[in-house]
Each structure stands twice: as structure tokens, then as C-alpha cells.
Design a protein around this ligand. Structure first.
Ligand code: 5AD
Ligand code: FES
Length: 352
């Protein structure tokens, strides 16, 4: 086992490959010494590419209205108990102003799929942010839209887009989503974004019902084709007002090992230690960084709306002000021997 594990980590490091059998072995292994060798290899690779620096992205959750009904998600349209809100353009711009003062150089506009904001509205918001904060990057995370919409947002100045595929396997995708949604359209969106010229972020949920090693392997293969600049993964966590309230949560160990695998397969990718990971384990985000992640996404949304953007139960940081989260995160980063990066944190291939 010792030798086998060494060989798997060596293949990941040197050849940037992993077979389905090796992935299975790696996830099933229960030896902590093996695991810590995998984490160390991934961490070293991250440090080689980025140094001991962590990029912060200011997350602005500007609407929790959503027209979709994903079975796992707390803001699904069918959740009548969710208290809905939308931020006005002024409120979004105020978050950015606050964010810039706090040192952020990236704003992530995230929301449910909310048709209330037309393509023109989104373009207008992007243009105003870029005008006021020309040194900052704008990342969109607003779900599936037309290729034309993506093109217009890009021309308005958005340079990055996050859209997790959630699972690359079509049958598994259909288990997680109602019939109106498809893995095919999701992937179409990702390819469109890539072709338009965005720095693209995809990713998957860890530990959703029906996910086995072969589904995860398909995600890896899909991402090797897509070659995204960013990859977000986090454990699936149940939300009480969804049809999946009784499904067991995804696990932290699997998430950390997969983060390490991703770091070794995609040495230059931006990998967040996600809020879901920090919710599943109080030290989850630190552990994520020590397993190869190099991005954190603190919340910049106004405190009054935070507890309404609940994708899953128990979400952390809903009571804190943005400044408190930034302070808390910088302390945590420093405690593990890293520092907060000051640059925008573009993907190495996109740095001017
Ligand atoms: N648990 C964990 N992550 C979730 N997301 C949505 N619902 C949940 C949940 N219940 C993730 C999805 C989405 C991202 C914004 O949040 O992967 O892409
Ligand atoms: Fe928000 Fe710690 S990061 S309170």
C-alpha cells in the first residue's frame, strides 16, 4: 500500500495523470500518513506556482431569486420558505466601494438565475463597476445565459465567469436537477465562456447522492478537456427546505484529497478553499489551503441579506460584517504561514 500510494502521488506529480483505479485507491485509503504526503505534494506545487500567497475575492450575493429547482440547493425556486431579496445597482456599487477600501481587487457577482436582471442590466452594472474600479477584476457567477449574453458581458468588462458543472456525468446530472436542466447545456455554456475569452471557473459538488468514483473521474476528464482557469469544489451539505434534507453530507476528507488531486493535475489553476468546506469543518478552509487551494472568497454582501443566501444549512460568516471576515481570514491565513496577496490574482496565462 505504501509503495502503491507513493506511485500514485508520483504519477500525479510527474505525469499529471491519474487512472480511475488509482483515484479509487486514493479516496478509499484510510492512512493519515499517506494522506499527508498527498497534501504536501499538492501544497508544494501551489507554492511553486503562486508562492505562499492567497488571493481574496469579494463575493457579492446580489439576488437569491432563482428560476431553477436544483434538488440540493436552498434557494431553489420551489423553496417557499426562503426569504427573497435583490440588491439594487446602488447597493451593489456600495459593496464594491467598501470592498476596494478593504483591499479587494476582485468582485464576484453571484446570484440565483434571476431573469429580473436583463442582459442590459447586467452590462450596466459591470460597466459602472469597471468605471469606478478600473484596477479590479469583475467575475460573474449568474448561471446559464445565452452565448450572446456572455459575449456582451465580456465586452462590458467582465473578465471571469464561474459556473460549476456540478457533475459532468449526464445521468448523475439528471438525478441532481429537474428535467428542465441538462449537463449538455451546462457544458455548452462553459465552452461558450471559454471561447469568448473569459477566465473560466467550473467545479463539482463532492458527496452528492449517486456520486461514485466513476462520476468524479468523469469530472476530471471533462476538466482536462475544458482546461478551466479556476476550479471550485466543496462538500454537498443538506438544506432543510429541499427534497434532499435527509441526504447525508459530503465529506471533508474526500474534498481535501480531491483538492490535492486537482492541484497536481492543474498546477496553475486558481482553487478556492470554499465556504462549504469551512462550514463542514471549522478549520476546513485552512486545511484546504494546506491541501493545495490558493483562493478564499469572503462575503461582501450587506449583513442584512447574508442569512438569506443559504444554499445549505449552517453556512458560516452570515453574522459578520465584511471587515470582520477579512480580518478573521487574514489572521487564519497568517496562522498557517501564508499571506494575503495584493494583486488581482489572474490565472498565470492571463497576466499582462
Ligand atoms: N451544498 C453545497 N454546495 C452547494 N451549492 C449549491 N447548493 C449546495 C449545497 N446544498 C453550490 C453549487 C453551486 C455553488 C454556488 O454552490 O455547486 O454551483
Ligand atoms: Fe467570516 Fe471568519 S471568515 S467570520
Amino acid at each position: 500500500m505504501e509503495d502503491l500510494y507513493e506511485r500514485i502521488v508520483a504519477d500525479l506529480k510527474q505525469k499529471q495523470t491519474i487512472s480511475p483505479e488509482d483515484l479509487k485507491t486514493l479516496l478509499a485509503d484510510r492512512e493519515e500518513t499517506h494522506e499527508s504526503r498527498l497534501f504536501a505534494a499538492a501544497r508544494e506545487r501551489a507554492v511553486q506556482t503562486f508562492g505562499k500567497q492567497i488571493y481574496l475575492r469579494g463575493l457579492i450575493e446580489f439576488t437569491n431569486y432563482c428560476k431553477n429547482d436544483c434538488y440540493y440547493c436552498g434557494i431553489r425556486a420551489g423553496n417557499a420558505r426562503a426569504k427573497r431579496y435583490r440588491l439594487s445597482e446602488e447597493e451593489i456599487l456600495a459593496c464594491c466601494n467598501r470592498g476596494e477600501t478593504l483591499g479587494f481587487r476582485t468582485f464576484v457577482l453571484q446570484g440565483g438565475e434571476d431573469p429580473f436582471y436583463s442582459d442590459d442590466d447586467i452590462c450596466g452594472i459591470i460597466e459602472k463597476i469597471k468605471k469606478k474600479h478600473p484596477d479590479c477584476a469583475v467575475t460573474l457567477s449568474i448561471g446559464e445565459r445565452s452565448r450572446e449574453a456572455y459575449r456582451r458581458f465580456f465586452e462590458s468588462g467582465a473578465e471571469r465567469y464561474l459556473l460549476r458543472q456540478e457533475t459532468a456525468n449526464e445521468a448523475h446530472y439528471s438525478m441532481l436537477h429537474p428535467p428542465a436542466m441538462s449537463a449538455e447545456n451546462r457544458k455548452r455554456c462553459l465552452w461558450d465562456l471559454k471561447e469568448i475569452g473569459y477566465q473560466v471557473g467550473c467545479g463539482f459538488l463532492v458527496g452528492t447522492p449517486g456520486q461514485g468514483v466513476s462520476e468524479i473521474y468523469e469530472d476530471l476528464i471533462f476538466m482536462q478537456e475544458l482546461q478551466p482557469q479556476m476550479i471550485g469544489i466543496g462538500p454537498y451539505l443538506a438544506h432543510q427546505d429541499t427534497p434532499w434534507r435527509d441526504k447525508p453530507d459530503g465529506n471533508v476528507t474526500d474534498t481535501l484529497r480531491l483538492l490535492s488531486v486537482l492541484r497536481l493535475l492543474f498546477p496553475k489553476a486558481l482553487l478556492p478553499a470554499t465556504t462549504a468546506l469551512g462550514t463542514a469543518d471549522p478549520k476546513g478552509r485552512e486545511k484546504g489551503i494546506l491541501a493545495g487551494a490558493n483562493v478564499l472568497m469572503p462575503n461582501l454582501s450587506p449583513a442584512a441579506v447574508r442569512e438569506k443566501y443559504l444554499l445549505y444549512d449552517g453556512k458560516i460568516c452570515t453574522g459578520e460584517e465584511a471587515a470582520e471576515c477579512v480580518k478573521c481570514l487574514s489572521d487564519r491565513i497568517e496562522q498557517i504561514g501564508y499571506t494575503v496577496a495584493e494583486s488581482r490574482g489572474d490565472h498565470p496565462d492571463f497576466c499582462q
